[in-house]
Design a protein around this ligand. Structure first.
Ligand code: ATP
Ligand code: MG
Length: 627
């Protein structure tokens, strides 16, 4: 195999565009430059993966700010996940000075909507201190009501998937696509239960913020003027509500919008995202200019050709890279063999086991000419449950990793206890919170209150230290230590406002949860990998029924293919696709067939993975159950 190119070890910062003196060093290509400097009117940048869309967006923000035509605090950059928002803030801090970069709002849609409603929600009759119902609580409540209404257990996941769209129809009084009276009834009850407890869930945030701006043009103008320049990354995955909200803001403040995205990477149709908005951008924002980027800066020719073939494209994106390494295909018998293959391959890439320190789980001094860190490796899969076997194998070999999954931070010990404790104290009348806290801490006294020296408006840091001491939360693992450090950091930034602290925690969704800092192998679902890149990327479980995944009602084969496309195009230098013969999904062990997506990749671009002298260990393999 050809050696991997050397790369400076700064995975999260862009390799280009550092500031020097007053001007941006300009490595941008002509199309990117046009997108950065275009003025007057809406702009849509459509381009394939790795063409520098996100980079162009951050350069555009930096350029506008530095040109002094616009102030940093007038900029609003919207992203899909908190991880993406943090990454963009990171890139901006490399381009702007320390005073300016924090002024640019880089947030998720949910955070924007929450801020709008906290400030002006009273205009549509929302209580001033409504409670933000977290993703996990919303799920529990909806499940409960669905089952109580006599709903069929087998249809539960279908109902939960459709709930956001149902809600939007209810709230916006759009019953054109009638979903059936029973579901609508459960949805009504769910809304009533939330409102009776003065709660809004995540979807409500977007729906209500839109309703507020639609019904009160002066509020739209207020926020539109505040955010004169709006930037949206991954526009292909916006839902109708988000687009309507953006229109209200841009029209209300007579501002500018710049959206970037790629229709081939639309992967949230199942949640109500709609690529037609992407195609209708010019209709929604009249006078829009469209710029197409074609040069890819991320991947090798084989990865670009293979992914283009998957999508049935005649031409792959162009690249200057000449690295000829093929896409590696690994065919294994079992799930544990697959996990072994992954760790063994990582060890080979990192220069071999001899450089490991088993005490720290780190490479001491890689003596190879490869400049790879653990943070250059990503392992992806379709379903979160697939991560278990991989996690176990990494742990056993002492390879540092970080897994982001469907379990948000607030479900992890000790964040769960602290979150529930403060919810109970801050929202004492809430019908759900105290019970949830008592499930975690059954021995808590009947009368929950703060000791005399504290009140609920004490500095959040002090309250947090009290909560830690009160529950005797001594971290017992590296992860618990990191979680406490994160909570302390958040508490510091919340001053005396415990509601702010709770909002920030409740806002975190499963897909956001990540403790990715440090040089670690990343483990995550294909959905969570959107927008990210790794030098070496594994996609495991490339089997029929998983890719495309046919386990859910109403699955969409073309969306699954786009998801696989997103996965393949995360890889910079090496892409390893693995599939197994036997896997337990939803019950018994089954014979699995290779994913039909693999057959779409021309065979001359692929090679069986070179596994050196690896041999399957003669031991009983345990099998992982996905459900
Ligand atoms: P995705 O669709 O996956 O989100 P993207 O189009 O947003 O991809 P970026 O993440 O912005 O692409 O960029 C991909 C990689 O290419 C990054 O490592 C970035 O630093 C690099 N890159 C982008 N433009 C250039 C350029 N003009 N010169 C050198 N490298 C570039
Ligand atoms: Mg991007």
């Amino acid at each position: 195999q050809t050696p991997l190119p050397k790369r400076p070890r700064t995975p999260s910062s862009p390799s280009v565009g550092k500031t020097s003196g007053d001007a941006l060093v300009d490595p941008l290509n002509p199309d990117q430059r046009e997108a950065v400097y275009h003025r007057n009117g809406p702009l849509l940048v459509i381009a394939g993966p790795g063409t520098g869309k996100t980079l162009t967006l951050t350069h555009r923000i930096a350029h506008l700010t530095r040109s002094k035509d616009a102030a940093a605090e007038q900029m609003l950059a919207l992203t899909f996940t908190r991880k993406a928002a943090a990454e963009m803030a990171d890139r901006l801090s490399a381009l702007l000075n320390a005073a300016q970069s924090p002024l640019v709002q880089t947030v998720t849609f949910h955070r924007l909507c929450l801020d709008i409603l906290r400030q002006k929600g009273n205009r549509i009759g929302l209580p001033v201190d409504f409670i933000l119902c977290s993703e996990i609580d919303a799920r529990d409540l909806a499940t409960d009501l669905f089952l109580k209404s006599g709903g069929d257990k087998g249809r539960l996941s279908d109902f939960l998937r459709r709930l956001p769209a149902l809600k939007a129809q209810l709230v916006l009084n759009d019953l054109s696509q009638t979903p059936g009276p029973e579901l609508l009834q459960v949805c009504r009850e769910y809304q009533r239960a939330l409102r009776d407890a003065a709660m809004l869930d995540m979807d409500d945030l977007e729906i209500e913020a839109h309703r507020l701006l639609r019904e009160h043009p002066d509020v739209a103008t207020h926020f539109g003027k505040r955010f004169q320049y709006i930037f949206v990354d991954e526009y292909q995955d916006t839902n109708p509500n988000q687009v309507a909200l953006l229109k209200c803001l841009v029209e209300g403040g007579n501002g500018e919008i710049c959206a970037i995205g790629d229709a081939d990477q639309a992967i949230y149709g199942f949640r109500g995202a709609d690529v037609t908005h992407f195609r209708e951008f010019e209709k929604d924002f009249p006078g829009a200019k469209r710029i197409v980027l074609t040069r890819n800066y991320r991947s090798t020719p084989a990865i670009l050709k293979g992914s283009a073939a998957l999508m049935g494209k005649k031409r792959a994106l162009t690249t200057d890279r000449t690295d000829r390494s093929p896409i590696a295909i690994a065919h294994l018998k079992t799930v544990s063999e697959e996990a072994e293959m992954v760790v063994a391959h990582i060890e080979r890439l990192m220069g071999g086991i001899s450089h490991f320190s088993f005490d720290t789980g780190r490479v001491e001094a890689p003596q190879t000419d490869l400049c790879l860190g653990f943070g250059d490796i990503g392992i992806l899969y379709r379903l979160n449950a697939q991560g278990n076997a991989l996690e176990k194998a990494l742990k056993r070999r002492g390879i540092p990793y970080a897994r982001s999954g469907e379990t948000p931070l607030i479900t992890r010990h000790p964040a769960d206890i602290i979150w529930r404790f403060f919810q109970t104290l801050r929202y004492p009348g809430n019908p759900y919170y105290e019970a949830a806290y008592r499930r975690l801490i059954p021995v808590a006294p009947d009368d929950l209150s703060l000791p005399g020296e504290y009140e609920i408006n004490s500095p959040v840091s002090d309250l947090l230290e009290h909560a830690i001491a009160y529950h005797n939360l001594i971290p017992e693992s590296e992860e618990e230590t990191r979680i406490l450090a994160r909570l302390r950091d958040l508490a510091d930034r919340c001053d005396h406002n415990i509601a702010l602290f709770l909002d920030a925690l409740s806002l975190e969704r499963g897909i956001d949860h990540t403790l990715l800092e440090g040089d670690r192998v990343a483990l995550m679902s294909l959905h969570a990998a959107k927008g990210l890149e790794w030098e070496v990327t594994f996609i495991t479980g490339c089997e029929d029924r998983l890719l495309p995944c046919s386990l859910f009602d109403g699955h969409d084969e073309s969306e699954e293919r786009r998801l696989f496309y997103v996965g393949m195009t995360r890889a910079r230098s090496r892409l390893i696709l693995s599939h197994v013969d036997r896997r337990a999904i939803k019950g018994p062990l089954r014979q699995m067939n290779k994913s039909p997506f693999l057959d779409r990749i021309p065979s001359q671009l692929c090679r069986p993975l070179d596994r050196g002298d690896w041999q399957a260990k003669p031991r009983a393999h345990e099998q992982l159950t996905l459900f």
